[in-house]
Design a protein around this ligand. Structure first.
Ligand code: ZN
Length: 148
């Protein structure tokens, strides 16, 4: 990604995350991980947050198509960082998806992929009945047969 695209890219993600009227620690953490992923510095992030704080910013797709899709994915990522897609965040995401011309099918796919990305890293879990460690995603405990 070009350096000059990084600030608007981060601003897009930040704009969506503040659309629900708050910028909570989960969202701040999500934005910072996006910053690292695109290789931007603290300074770029600070500038992006300043732009958003000044207000009046409209979402602006930047970079190549793949960057735009990635940006959309990150916007979904930050929106879901606090566990929910707020009703004020959803229209922002939909309008961005429309602006970069991705299909409803692709958007739905991005949404479910992002939800997976946010799932806590699945390690062994404990059976609620017998407390033995069982593989994640188990429906029944292999030791006692208890339903998970
Ligand atoms: Zn069990």
């Amino acid at each position: 990604m070009r350096k000059e695209d990084m600030i608007p890219y981060l601003a897009n993600a930040a704009l969506v995350s503040v659309a629900d009227g708050e910028f909570n620690p989960d969202e701040a953490k999500a934005i910072d991980s996006i910053r690292k992923e695109i290789g931007a510095g603290e300074q770029e992030l600070k500038e992006a947050l300043n732009i958003v704080a000044r207000g009046g910013l409209k979402l602006m797709p930047v970079g190549r198509f793949s960057d735009k899709v990635r940006n959309l994915e990150d916007m979904i990522f930050v929106s879901l960082a606090d566990g929910k897609l707020d009703k004020k965040q959803k229209p922002e995401i939909l309008s961005f998806a429309k602006a970069i011309k991705i299909s409803q099918t692709q958007l739905t796919q991005l949404l479910s992929e992002t939800k997976l990305r946010l799932k806590p890293q699945s390690g062994p879990i404990k059976c609620p009945s017998c407390s033995k460690e069982i593989p994640p995603e188990s429906k029944f405990c292999p030791f006692c047969g208890g339903k998970i």
